[in-house]
Design a protein around this ligand. Structure first.
Ligand SMILES: NC(=O)c1ccc[n+]([C@@H]2O[C@H](COP(=O)([O-])OP(=O)(O)OC[C@H]3O[C@@H](n4cnc5c(N)ncnc54)[C@H](O)[C@@H]3O)[C@@H](O)[C@H]2O)c1
Length: 284
């Protein structure tokens, strides 16, 4: 497939662009910053003119796309002001989705976020492990935008039944160099309770994108994308008893099994994480 990857210079986008290229796809990166070259186009996603034009074609680079992977965004609350975050992320996503509709690009995979599950869980989750079965609970403007984007996608696919939009609710994205810090998390069960001790290796994030692009059924769906394990060496039963003693347990779970359920992604996308921080720490 010929695929545009927005946010291609970012932490996740760099890995996604690389892995999609290695899998044989023709990838064109789009970002406000990035390397000059044949597979990158500088685009400000908040400018609809630039977005619709660049997705429609760019000189010798491409003359039409099969799919869009939309990752370009301010990637967390608190990086910029709430207003700046809204005014960047919401128009960027609307512009990308709307341009795809106008241009007849029928496959969109984009980054939603684990935050819609109710992070930082100051209000405890309804049950553990969490899954996609309860309505979004955004607790920040960043997460509110992610929630509105999912809603936007629901309506656009209703208007255009042949359109496929997949929201990947990524957990906290990690690269190899991030893993050195992981053993220190055990000292305080509360330090990483904000996302139920979850994470996702960027390479497995890229795998989820690739699977979603391949499956891409018409309509909208959302998937939690997390590693198969937690960031902790301490067992889940102990962590949950200490931090969320009153939260019902939806099912049994393994000692270090992710509490951000990836059952749906496994079942419908064939997603299977293959990287764990446990394989990359000192002495391993
Ligand atoms: N990093 C995480 O832990 C995490 C977790 C869940 C979801 N996400 C989502 O995944 C996506 C990628 O996150 P990341 O960690 O790679 O972030 P990042 O900040 O490393 O990369 C985002 C990229 O988007 C680009 N961008 C932002 N606004 C743009 C605009 N208006 N026009 C063009 N380019 C623009 C930036 O220049 C940057 O290169 C985001 O949508 C983020 O919300 C990230």
């Amino acid at each position: 497939m010929r695929i545009a990857v927005t946010g291609s210079s970012g932490k996740l986008g760099r890995v996604v662009a690389r892995e999609l290229s290695q899998a044989g796809h023709d990838v064109i990166g789009m970002d406000v910053v990035g390397p000059r070259g044949p597979s990158f186009v500088q685009v400000d996603l908040t400018d609809y003119g630039q977005v619709v034009d660049a997705l429609g074609g760019v000189n010798d680079t491409h003359d039409g796309l099969d799919a869009i992977v939309h990752l370009g965004a301010i990637p967390a609350p608190g990086i910029r002001s709430d207003v700046a975050t809204f005014h960047n992320n919401m128009p960027a996503t609307f512009n990308v989705f709307w341009a795809a509709v106008r241009l007849g690009i029928r496959r969109i995979v984009y980054a939603s976020s684990e935050t819609v599950l109710g992070l930082p869980f100051d209000v405890p989750p309804p049950y553990i492990p969490v899954d996609e079965e309860y309505p979004p609970r955004p607790e920040s403007v960043y997460s509110l935008v992610k929630t509105l984007e999912e809603r936007l996608a629901v309506e656009l696919v209703r208007w255009h039944p042949d359109l496929s939009i997949t929201a990947l609710r990524f957990s906290n994205v990690m690269n190899l160099e991030d893993y050195a810090e992981f053993p220190s998390f055990d000292a305080d069960a509360n330090a990483r309770k904000w996302n139920l001790w979850g994470y996702i290796d960027a390479r497995d994030g890229a795998q989820a994108v690739q699977r979603a692009l391949e499956v891409a059924p018409p309509g909208f769906d959302q998937f939690i994308i997390a590693a198969a394990d937690t960031v902790m060496s301490r067992p889940n039963a102990e962590l949950v008893a200490e931090v969320f003693p009153d939260v019902p347990l939806a099912r049994e779970f393994g000692e270090h099994e992710t509490l951000l359920s990836i059952d749906k992604a496994r079942r419908l996308l064939g997603f299977e994480p293959s990287h764990s921080w446990r394989d990359h720490t000192e002495g391993s």
